[in-house]
Ligand binder design. Structure first.
Ligand code: HEM
Length: 197
């Protein structure tokens, strides 16, 4: 692993630490795996937000840190994918031990999120970028916004549930703020372009 790839190691370490914390905390097997599923999603979210907003933040506030994160956003995305793969393992085990399931719409939307995430992982390299051309951009834009939507829906759904209002609110506000940043940068780019020409 090179020095620039450390966010990938960070994502894996955070995912595994969240999994272990859940398994050591709950009172019974079901609760342990529920906590593992919850906390693995929770540690992946900040990594996702860093990858999602890296270019917008880098354009708006230029300094050494934002430039490095912007340059290495691929590794932040892969770090998120590592943590979120641990979430997949935890949630599958939770559903198995608890006998719970989710409505078909949730399976479709969240399952498609995972499918897109793994396609993005497989194409997060220069050779795939060259081979796919403009479709690479389209694929990654679709994938990252699909995942953004699943996070938003997951956290927004927690706002009105007992005991999860604060995590629901903070996740919802963070997701919306990250989208706002991206829109602001896009708008700024559009309004600046004619002047540059
Ligand atoms: C792209 C896919 C997914 C994303 C972005 C995602 C995101 C999340 C988020 C944000 C949480 C809440 C974490 C918190 O409380 O801070 C969560 C928890 C959870 N997710 Fe996922 N998830 C995904 C896929 C799935 C799928 C496909 C299932 C199963 C059908 C699932 C089952 C669970 C379970 C069981 C929990 C713990 C629920 C609890 O807190 O009681 N997730 N996920």
């Amino acid at each position: 692993m090179t020095a620039r790839q450390w966010p990938l190691g960070l994502g894996l370490a955070l995912g595994l630490a969240a999994l272990a914390s859940g398994l050591f905390s709950g009172d019974d097997t079901i609760e342990q795996w529920r906590l593992a599923a919850r906390w693995t999603a929770r540690v992946g979210f900040p990594l996702f937000i860093v990858a999602y907003s890296a270019s917008a933040v880098g354009r708006l506030w230029r300094n050494d840190v934002t430039r490095a994160v912007w340059r290495d956003r691929r590794w932040w995305g892969l770090g998120f994918a590592a943590a979120h793969t641990v979430h997949l393992g935890a949630l599958v085990t939770f559903l198995q031990v608890s006998g719970e399931t989710r409505p078909p719409l949730v399976w479709f939307v969240a399952g498609t999120g995972y499918a897109l995430m793994f396609v993005m992982v497989a194409t997060s390299n220069d050779a795939a970028m060259r081979a796919l051309g403009t479709n690479w951009r389209r694929l990654h834009a679709l994938g990252i916004h699909w995942l953004w939507f699943v996070f938003l829906a997951s956290y927004a759904g927690r706002i009105m549930q007992p005991g999860t209002m604060s995590i629901g609110l903070s996740g919802t506000i963070t997701a919306l703020a990250a989208l706002t940043l991206r829109i602001a940068v896009r708008f700024q780019g559009r309004t600046r372009r004619p002047a540059a020409a």
